[in-house]
Write a protein that binds this ligand. Structure first.
Ligand code: 5GP
Ligand code: ZN
Length: 110
């Protein structure tokens, strides 16, 4: 699979994993837009939210708990979550991920 996130998940590309469970990892974005810019990545290669099956969706129940826990662990309690869903929405890597952005005052989204 020629997907950079699959390679990170499979340790074909080395990375510092700030969190890992059976379904998700969290890593730092290589090109951060703020002092905190993390990526929560689904381990299974699913391109967009629209491609999730029912079993996938059930696994997402814990996403907000994972995000709250990492924010408390790293010491930021306010943050922006972004999911670029599809190329015209700014998605460059077609493998589902949440951006977790914090550490500075953020402007309006656009
Ligand atoms: P998208 O545009 O698909 O929503 O976001 C992809 C994100 O992945 C971008 O913010 C980009 O900086 C990040 N990224 C791309 N390649 C790598 C990589 O090899 N390692 C890490 N940690 N982040 C990456
Ligand atoms: Zn992938």
């Amino acid at each position: 699979m020629d997907c950079v996130f699959c390679k990170i998940i499979n340790n074909e590309i080395p990375s510092e994993k700030l969190y890992e469970d059976e379904d998700f990892i969290i890593i730092k974005d290589i090109n951060p837009v703020a002092p905190v810019h993390l990526l929560l990545i689904y381990k299974k290669h699913v391109p967009t939210i629209n491609d999730l099956c029912e079993d996938d969706r059930r696994r997402f129940w814990k996403v907000f708990e994972i995000i709250k826990n990492i924010s408390q662990k790293l010491g930021f309690d306010e943050y922006r979550l972004v999911v670029n869903n599809g190329a015209s929405a700014g998605q460059e890597i077609p493998h589902i991920h949440f951006h977790i952005i914090s550490g500075r005052k953020l402007g309006k989204i656009g």
